[in-house]
Write a protein that binds this ligand. Structure first.
Ligand code: HEC
Length: 153
């Protein structure tokens, strides 16, 4: 009994030790880059999953609203994923993300509006509107990638 308790306490202790650096240090650029790439992967995952449902490739219509909601949450502040000093290293973000910041933020805002329109169409349930807004949303992703993401080598 006593042993178990001690183990639990020490497990809690190591969790605390892991959390402390969060409070003390600014995040490392490579961790920010990895984080935003994971966020973009999640955005890509939900977009792909939603597309498969919309095209009728899979029968998960009841989950379409979940993907739309997730996309809204994940794209709510894209510029925040690109803070200063996260512009070097293993990133495909072009320098323009930082040097043409106003344009980048405008593009992000536009994409966010497209995601919101898609989510609204999903709520409305009209298939034609869903298809159209899904396409528009995709154009929003592509528009930013064209201007602000380096091409695959
Ligand atoms: C405002 C700009 C912007 C918008 C809008 C945007 N992206 Fe991105 N995305 C980027 C940039 C820049 C990168 C490269 C990030 C890096 O490598 O640090 C990226 C990377 C990605 C990646 C690759 C992640 C990886 O490293 O494996 C995927 C997938 C992706 N985006 C999907 C999407 C989808 C889907 C949408 C639309 C729903 C979207 N993005 C909207 C700018 C944007």
């Amino acid at each position: 009994m006593k042993r178990v308790k001690i183990r639990r306490l020490s497990a809690m202790g190591s969790v605390l030790v892991m959390l402390v650096p969060l409070a003390l240090h600014a995040a490392e650029p490579e961790d920010i880059i990895k984080y935003r790439q994971n966020m973009m992967k999640a955005i890509g995952g939900h977009t792909g999953a939603a597309g498969a449902i919309i095209q009728g490739k899979v029968d998960y219509k009841n989950q379409l609203a979940d993907h739309a909601r997730a996309l809204q949450a994940l794209t709510s502040d894209i510029p925040a994923l690109f803070p200063k000093d996260s512009d070097f290293g293993d990133t495909k973000a072009k320098d323009d993300v930082w040097s043409k910041r106003a344009e980048f933020e405008k593009t992000a805002k536009d994409a966010k509006a497209r995601v919101a329109a898609f989510a609204k169409a999903v709520q409305g349930g009209n298939q034609q509107a869903i298809v159209a807004s899904y396409k528009e949303m995709g154009e929003g992703c592509k528009g930013c990638h064209k201007d602000f993401r380096k091409k695959d080598d």
